[in-house]
Design a binder for this molecule. Structure first.
Ligand SMILES: [Zn+2]
Length: 123
């Protein structure tokens, strides 16, 4: 009886571990694919929407600004503006954080995946 209970406990622990592992996996996988994204606006018009889950470099405004997405963060790595304030800004990754380049009228804003306002643009 005692051994039986132990086996049950082990089995239960294994199941719990599996469920936890599975949840983490799903979260990493699906959550990663549908992670926060950045909306890039030039002069108030949406130029593009990009997922933060995919590492890439994006030319904004025909190359006046270069945005780099890496490890779930968006960072302005290059800009031809005189102040370079956007380049010096910290990378953004959280909902409603933004990178702004005033001289070039470029705004990069993070939005969470729950908002689907811009789906028509991406699709
Ligand atoms: Zn700038």
């Amino acid at each position: 009886m005692g051994i039986g209970l132990k086996k049950k406990d082990v089995l239960l622990a294994l199941i719990i571990l599996c469920v936890i592992g599975f949840t983490v996996l799903i979260r990493t996988y699906i959550g990663g694919a549908g992670a926060n994204r950045v909306v890039i606006k030039v002069n108030g018009a949406i130029q593009g929407v990009y997922s933060l889950a995919e590492d890439r470099e994006i030319e904004i405004n025909e190359g006046t600004n270069i945005l780099k997405i890496k490890n779930g963060e968006a960072d302005m790595v290059e800009a031809d503006c005189p102040d370079q304030l956007c380049v010096n800004q910290k990378p953004v990754s959280l909902d409603h954080e933004s990178l702004i380049c005033l001289p070039n009228r470029v705004v990069v804003e993070v939005e969470s995946k729950e908002e689907s306002e811009y789906d028509a643009v991406t699709n």
